[in-house]
Design a protein around this ligand. Sequence first.
Ligand SMILES: Nc1nc2c(c(=O)[nH]1)N[C@H]1C(S)=C(S)[C@@H](COP(=O)(O)O)O[C@H]1N2
Ligand SMILES: [Mo]
Length: 246
Amino acid sequence: MIQRADHLVQLRRLERRHLLRGALSVGAVSLLTGCGDLSTKDGVFDRMLWAMLKFNDRMQELLFDPDRLAATFRPDQITRPFKFNAYYPISQVRRPDADWAMEVSGLVSDTTSWKLDRLRTLPQEGQITRHICVEGWSQIGQWSGVPLRVFLRRVGADLRAKYVGFECFDDYSSSIDMASALHPQTILALDFEGAPLTPEWGAPVRLRIPTKLGFKNPKNISAITVTNENPGGYWEDLGYNWYSGS
Ligand SMILES: Nc1nc2c(c(=O)[nH]1)N[C@H]1C(S)=C(S)[C@@H](COP(=O)(O)O)O[C@H]1N2
Ligand SMILES: [Mo]
């Protein structure tokens, strides 16, 4: 009997995986067909595409398993050298101002800002995971920092809110759904390969979320907000699939 139950669980997992693959390819197709200007949101065709993309986000959210962990790797599997990526070249990386502090706003009870020292007083977690860029490359890296769910609880965030948004001081931004924000491997990374983040890797703090594509891992964070209005983001507003995760 126990064996049979195990079997069923496995079968359900498999089904879920296949469904997920289906849902992701719907996303890919909608991206490919989005050759018109998706950001205008007018015209029947654009409206239809936006509806499809929103439906696709919703499907992906429904299929998200909050307990399924992204694959982890051994230290000897870390990619070196690690590739830098941003919407600008590495020569234009911006360093944080001397008075940098991370602002917190929206549906939270404590809106005091956070300096690096205070973030380091919170519990830290490390991970060696694969970072997958939508451009078609991936690499394995090591990050550690504060689990976002620890941080959100600490600032008294309304965990029933729908979104967590991130603003960066290089004029980048991104946002994620609350279930993904609370995933155990979603961290506010302070360290990369065992040392404090340097500007190109996202200093002072970046989001590391291995269940989502690279563009949803904002570096150089300046502000976090908890909200029920989808904050969008730099690439998201240009038509990249908003959910972009598994
Ligand atoms: N602030 C900021 N964060 C960002 C980006 C950016 O341009 N600015 N690019 C994103 C993209 S598309 C990728 S693939 C990763 C690259 O991270 P890495 O330089 O650590 O490899 O950062 C993401 N986070
Ligand atoms: Mo990316």
